[in-house]
Design a protein around this ligand. Structure first.
Ligand code: ACM
Ligand code: ZN
Length: 757
């Protein structure tokens, strides 16, 4: 009996878990199915007597029509959907009652009605038969701040595309658009009082290299790339967003990330800066340390005048004033900045930044506005109230500051919510920076950590997905990085704490993607691609394959043929003993979902053998003997890296073996601060104690700092030896030399494979 009860209970819970999410995104707080159903009429009519709800309904109806629902506003008597306000509901909260005689929506405000219509829209689109089950949905967001950031400086996103993103984001119930309008790479807002900001600051020289490999402009070089938005275009966009319940928060960067402004008005940099300042096409090297002079009152007059126009265009309560990554190099030497430090009794240049941000913050307060800054603003101990955006690492800086000073904060940690990062196995992705933030990383992100107090949790305003655009060249590139991760983000920002359910999300996402297709929005299918881990064990190599989608089959071949739906199913690690090409892909319902992963195993005497080393920086020593070569991406998980130091590692061949050749795979890509070693020495030993030098090989300097990624096999030539242990000592090439885009930056050493025969 007890067993039967448990089975019944489990079955009921499973059923209600499926019913609860209503198949829509974001996941609603509750959806309870009731008896009965209603057929959706061919013409969906919406009625309300409230003017604000009417405006919200008109826009939602327009959006529904673009998705193929014939929908319009009508008089209340015959309407399929009736909207009304309910004072008992909070802002953004709504209730939908699907009844046999129609759909009743009540909401706390117009935003709630808008969101309810988008929930209903999805239920209509999901209903295969055109019949809705009766039931009641009650819903409200977890966070008020559900933000997306678009960096329009690195890539000048055409206004049409900004609006398109706003339109799609609004349907995902995103509530804020943070517009990163200014940076070193372009000033994007017309400022009537300072025309050079756009005549000069909006344009940079064209360079063909990837962003970090671009050399700084020379005086007189023609700047042809860029653009800017006029006041009218921005006002129109703000109105468009407001109609969709998105508040646009402009960001004007200071004191750093301001090269575009300083290219236009170089007198606002510290007077000790005597070199040419041009809008940067890339990272900028040493030029990126040029910032506004904090000792010059003209700087503050200029920024205040700029902000006057920003406030005229953007009605939002909050203005983002940047504050991140400000080098103190020039402030430490500038007589004006040093005088300011003395006059204001500040401890150092860090506190000078606190003074800078406070002074601008007070100006904004005097105009009835509030300030937001990146988490570095906390270093300068600002006295004024400022909302902090936690971005570094896991955003803990913001949490520390907020808890100490009682400030509101928003979490946009780079390691979870920066959409510039790779969204899937890197071999299949366009080049970008850093590691991975997959769809499932974004979906499963929980900002509130176990060690936060209730008071700190109260200060969390919300979350933001931030899109930096260094590697974007077209609207399609922007959409590829945004989607589908923005869908996962929207779900996370809205749903109740502790209600994440990846499996539910997978099926709701599958419901949602046809909407993107109807709108022609580009999205990534990276979620279907396979990760691999090939690791040596006892002289052989074991391969594991995994996919973030858990509702697909992984099938593989080992004969070089393309995997098909009838190929063997991957269920457990595969052991590779000889040179083999393994091909694998994911399948569902007989169709291939993702790209074909090809692993060419080159098994040699070192394959599967034990490695000992002084710890690397990324902990991937095992790749040296896994029989697989890396791609030309140092972060593809097939390269072990040591930063700014000598690398030393030893392979244990298991027993004394004859050795006729040795090679070590290394990488050169100075653009990403990767340099091949200056020299590598190979030593041999039979007891792992006494080693004798076999040979040292030096690498040509040009090759070491190659601008284009280059795999360099360091070949020790013909060897006539026998040994059990082979030790490698690789000397770092030091900082990137003059004449390269990353001049002066310390370098990484990366190795992918030891090849011993
Ligand atoms: C930032 O990523 N520098 C805010
Ligand atoms: Zn100065």
């Amino acid at each position: 009996m007890r067993k039967l009860f448990v089975i019944l209970f489990t079955a009921i819970t499973a059923l209600s878990a499926i019913a609860d999410d209503a198949g829509i995104i974001p996941q609603p707080a509750s959806w309870c199915v009731a008896p009965g159903s209603i057929r959706v009429p061919e013409k969906v009519t919406i009625a309300t007597t409230d003017k604000h709800l009417c405006d919200a309904a008109s826009v939602a109806a327009l959006q529904m029509r673009t998705l193929g629902i014939d929908c319009k506003l009508s008089s209340p008597d015959k309407a399929f959907v009736r909207l009304s306000l309910d004072k008992g509901l909070s802002a953004e909260q709504y209730r939908i009652r699907v009844q046999p005689d129609g759909v009743k929506i009540s909401s706390g405000d117009a935003a709630g009605a808008f969101y309810a219509l988008h929930s209903l829209k999805q239920m209509i689109l999901n209903s295969q038969t055109g019949v809705l089950s009766c039931g009641e949905m009650t819903d409200k967001p977890r966070f008020e701040y559900r933000g997306i950031m678009l960096d329009v400086s690195r890539y000048f996103i055409p206004m049409e595309e900004v609006k398109r993103v706003i339109d799609v984001a609004s349907q995902l119930k995103i509530s804020k658009l943070h517009l990163h309008l200014t940076d070193d790479n372009g000033w994007r807002m017309e400022i009537k009082r300072y025309p050079l900001l756009t005549d000069v600051g909006a344009w940079r020289v064209a360079r063909n290299e990837i962003f970090p490999g671009r050399m700084n402009p020379l005086p007189g070089e023609k700047a042809t790339e860029g653009g800017f938005y006029t006041h009218n275009e921005l006002k129109d966009m703000v109105k468009y967003a407001a109609e969709r319940f998105i508040d646009v928060i402009p960001e004007i960067e200071m004191p750093a990330h301001s090269i575009a402004a300083l290219a236009a008005y170089p007198n606002l940099a510290c007077p000790i800066v005597d070199k040419f300042i041009g809008v940067l096409p890339g990272i900028g090297g040493k030029n990126a340390s040029i910032v506004f002079c904090a000792g010059n009152d003209d700087t503050f007059t200029f920024i205040e005048n700029v902000l006057d126009e920003v406030l005229e265009v953007f009605p939002s309560e909050y203005i983002h004033i940047g504050g991140d990554e400000a080098s103190k190099e020039h402030w430490n030497q500038c007589p004006l900045c040093q005088k300011r430090i003395a006059d204001e009794h500040l401890a150092d240049s860090e506190e000078l930044q606190g003074y800078f941000m406070d002074r601008i913050n007070r100006y904004l307060q005097s105009k009835g506005r509030k300030s937001i800054g990146w988490d570095e603003v906390s270093y300068g101990k600002p006295k004024e109230d400022i909302v902090v955006f936690g971005w570094q690492g896991m955003g803990t800086n913001a949490v520390d500051f907020a808890s100490k000073c009682g400030r509101r904060f928003v979490m946009t940690p780079a390691r979870k919510l920066y959409l510039i990062r790779y969204q899937g196995p890197q071999w299949f992705e366009p080049l970008t920076y850093f590691g991975d933030n997959t769809l499932s990383d974004v979906y499963s992100y929980e900002p509130v950590q176990a060690d936060w107090s209730a008071a700190v949790e109260q200060l969390l305003w919300g979350v933001q997905a931030s899109l930096w655009t260094e590697f974007c060249h077209s609207p399609e590139d922007v959409e590829y990085l945004l989607f589908p991760r923005l869908i996962a983000f929207a779900d996370m920002a809205w749903r109740g704490k502790g209600t994440a359910d990846w499996h539910s999300f997978e099926h709701r996402l599958d419901n949602y993607l046809p909407q993107l297709e109807k709108l022609g929005v580009t999205y990534a299918r990276s979620m279907y691609n396979l990760y691999h881990k090939a690791k040596g064990a006892d002289g052989s190599v074991k391969v594991d394959l995994s996919c973030i989608r858990d509702d697909v089959d992984t099938r593989f071949t080992a004969d070089g043929s393309e995997p098909v739906a009838s190929s063997p199913l991957f269920t457990e690690s595969i052991t590779i003993a000889h040179g083999t090409t393994l091909k694998a892909a994911t399948f569902r319902a007989g169709k291939r979902c993702g790209e074909v992963l090809t692993l060419n195993f080159g098994i040699n005497s070192a394959s599967g053998c034990q490695i000992t080393s002084e710890s690397s920086n990324n902990g991937l020593e095992y790749v040296l003997t896994n029989g697989l070569r890396g791609s030309n991406r140092n972060s593809d998980s097939e390269w072990v890296g040591w930063h700014n130091r000598t690398a030393e590692f030893t392979v244990d061949l298991g027993c004394v073996k004859p050795i006729s050749s040795i090679a070590l795979g290394s990488l050169a890509n100075s653009t990403l601060c990767v340099a091949a070693p200056a020299v590598v020495s190979a030593y041999v030993s039979n007891d792992n104690k006494v080693f004798s030098l076999l040979k040292s090989v030096a690498v040509d300097k040009e090759a070491r700092f190659s601008i284009n990624p280059r795999i360099l096999d360091i070949d020790f030539g013909k060897i006539n030896a026998s040994a059990r242990y082979v030790k490698f000592v690789a000397v770092n090439s030091g900082c990137i030399p003059e004449g390269y885009a990353r001049e002066g930056a310390p370098t990484w050493l990366y190795f992918d494979e030891i090849i011993i025969n």
